[in-house]
Design a protein around this ligand. Structure first.
Ligand code: GRF
Length: 208
């Protein structure tokens, strides 16, 4: 399958997926990196690896960016099958969600539906988890709908919250699992191993 990854930050999830694709663990190829932050680590990594970088959206600080129509055309021309949000900090336009039904995934650093939604990003998530007294946290891979963090959950991993945790330590422990669970979920998509239960819940079939 042909993958486009959306990134605003360091891009460690993007890198692990790209490596998995190069190494054959994911039966796919990263054909574009979309970013609102042309100087971010993810964009840098894409340029170093010959992956086309698309700047989106066009804004005052990024006048060289592309419009939504241009983005949709570019993704269509690249024959993108799957869009992966990996630390992309902007809400995805409805038109994009509708153009890629059941074909956009996001990773979030908590066990959704807990600690998700607009205010929950970065270390704020982990701070809130620790303050709540929850004993487990962990990443969620979910399909993307029109709102933040509300699409159907595809995969999760449990990570213990320790008695002396700091948001930074918990974030690092969760991030490590993010890399595994996202690669596994993308591998499943690329092998057509995602089945939709009658009630609309996506399930990953194991390899036969
Ligand atoms: C991750 O914590 C992810 O869950 C969240 O943004 C962060 C991205 O990290 N959506 P990276 O840029 O992949 O290192």
């Amino acid at each position: 399958k042909r993958l486009a990854v959306f990134v605003s930050g360091g891009g460690s999830n993007f890198r692990s997926i790209h490596e998995a694709a190069l190494g054959g663990r994911v039966n796919g190829v990263v054909v574009a990196l979309v970013t609102d932050k042309p100087g971010c680590g993810g964009a840098e990594h894409a340029r170093c690896n010959g992956i086309p970088v698309i700047l989106f959206p066009k804004s005052k600080s990024s006048p060289e960016g592309v419009s939504l129509t241009e983005l949709l055309n570019a993704l269509r021309n690249l024959k993108v099958d799957l869009i992966l949000l990996a630390g992309y900090m902007k809400l995805i336009p409805v038109e994009l969600v509708q153009a890629y039904p059941r074909s956009i995934l996001n990773i979030h650093p908590s066990l959704l539906p807990a600690f998700g939604g607009k205010g929950y990003y970065g270390l704020k998530v982990h701070k809130a988890v620790i303050a709540s007294g929850a004993r487990y946290s962990g990443p969620t891979v979910h399909f993307v709908d029109e709102q933040y963090d509300t699409g159907k959950t595809l995969a999760q991993r449990a990570v213990p919250v320790l008695a002396n945790d700091t948001p930074e330590k918990l974030a690092a422990r969760v991030l490590h699992e993010e890399h595994q669970v996202y690669v596994d979920a993308v591998a499943a998509f690329c092998e057509n191993r995602i089945v939709w239960r009658e009630d609309g819940v996506p399930i990953i079939r194991s390899r036969r």
